[in-house]
Design a protein around this ligand. Sequence first.
Ligand code: GDP
Ligand code: MG
Length: 641
Amino acid sequence: MVRIINKALVIKNLVSIKSRLCPSTILVRYQSSDKPGEGVDVKRIRNFSIVAHVDHGKSTLADRLLEITGVIKPGAEHAQVLDQLQVERERGITVKAVTASLNYTYNNEEYLLNLIDTPGHVDFSNEVVRSVSACQGVILLVDANEGVQAQTVAVHTLAKKNNLVMIPTLNKVDLPRADPEKVKSQLNSLFKIEPHTVMSISAKKGWGVKDLLEAVIERIPPPSVNINGHFTAHIIDTWHDKYRGVLCLAYIHTGRVQVGQPVRWRSDTKQHTVKYLAMLRPSEEPIESAGAGQVVMVGCGPKGGGSVGDQLISVDVTDTKDLASIPPVKHMVYAGIFPADQSQHSLLSDAIRKLALNDSAVSVRADSSPALGQGWRVGFLGLLHLDVFTQRLLQEYKAEAILTAPSVPYKIKVKGAKVIKQYKGEEVIITNPLFMPEPHHVEEYYEPLVIGTIVTPVEYIGSVTTLCIDRRGIPLPSNAVDDRMTLLQFILPLSEVVIDFHDTLKSITSGFASFDYQDHGFHPSSLARMDILVNGVLVDELSSIVHTSRLEYTARRLTEKLKEMIPRQMVQVAIQAVVGGKVFARETLKAYRKDVTAKLYGGDITRRKKLLKQQAEGKKKMRSVANIKIPRNTFIDVLKR
Ligand code: GDP
Ligand code: MG
């Protein structure tokens, strides 16, 4: 009986899974006698994740799994229930991995299934990496209509590397153009997957989903953990709750944990007490205790702390063994974030701190700029990540921020390291072009490279190759996916792919090619810092680091673009691109006086005032350099080709 009431409450709560993301949590209270999942035998736990290329149906499949296990009503009006963030709903993409603990009875035994829905876009791959650290298996989902795509290759590699059991599954078999046999042969030729092991489903219609769930139970092994022994767990996600402080998603490796138990963080000696313990279904369901193999929410109160990658352990643990191997995040782009005006500094600071807790892939460091005041230099996994981060700042914390032009990190070897005091080490990572030392201090420049994987129809091989070579790419051996599709790989400079490579690739292949990349480390390169002067004054935010073979091209592109983007002003504006004192390109913007009230003939004074007010508002969004007003969005848009 209690279970049914629980479900009703859970359904009601689903709308507020946001409780993980905003503090308006409605707690569901249980009688202590009936807590499904608590004290479950490890042999009947399965931890798995759904991985796939973007849009191949991960979140839709998660919906069906929630329905089969009774968490939501079939035919519920909300689709992709696990995509709870406003950005996810608006953009139709998953940016956060979400966990749901499900109960399922199979062969008269009750199983606890921990499902993690993951994002597909390369900018959020860190979410996938963290998620699989708590999994023994994955459902590798492939759209039967589109076949293997670039991210299918990437997630397959990741699953392989983590020794996870894979359940290859074709989705969207309901579509008339679906060709399951062909996709099976792609899987076979690329990954040596036997066609008879491939499942076929339609996540939308629910076809084959039950069989898939049972395959999860049969094929994926239970976690190999030790229920005896002292409690140890590693943290795979954190988020902030207004009243309860930091809440963590933990994967328990050994022993049991109880509310009230004394614990500590591996990184710290201070003792804490477990205050909150819950299963996520996906809304919170408080429990009293949990055991090894489970993925649960823990919190140690407002001062309890917690961060991704750290370990929560019983105070009795004395060894210093590392539990999980969550690889450190490699940031692909850095940008400055500044408050619109300094009075909002503390609001923005608080928002960034809380959001960074929920998005462990960002790195935040204090930064300051003569023009924009106190702010932060923030590292991201890509431009979409940057975009989503600033959108979340605005939507979830009402904090508006100004961004400076994003830049990839570079490495330099400093000549005679002692000469420049601020560089203590010999090799320095430069995340802000402004801090690139003068050439005579640099012994060697290094730039980050990636290995780009592109899956494209054969007819576009020529134009894709031209694009990659144009972006300074070096081709690697290619691979036929089938008679129609090819997998191409290139070593590419990160700076050439990060801004608009994906868009360009999509447009030259009519949207048919897909792209993914992996870090390939720093390699020696020939670089220079290009500065932009507006009427002779340096615009900090527009400095960039450019490959020396590209100086003229970039200089011309930047100045022409800026000429288009900067509105005409009362005075003439000279825009120059300069490297080491030498001018590479120059554009001039003619003077012009914009009289916004010119169109009004006589008439109402209030109308005139309103127009002038609108103009004043617009000016606030401008950054003023040498009395020249530059619209804020210029700093990012100018980099796009
Ligand atoms: P994700 O990016 O992998 O999470 O993909 P989503 O679950 O958001 O699904 C992407 C799109 O594919 C949505 O419009 C779904 O409605 C659609 N979709 C998912 N599964 C199926 C299916 O089995 N059949 C059909 N026809 N469409 C599907
Ligand atoms: Mg999704």
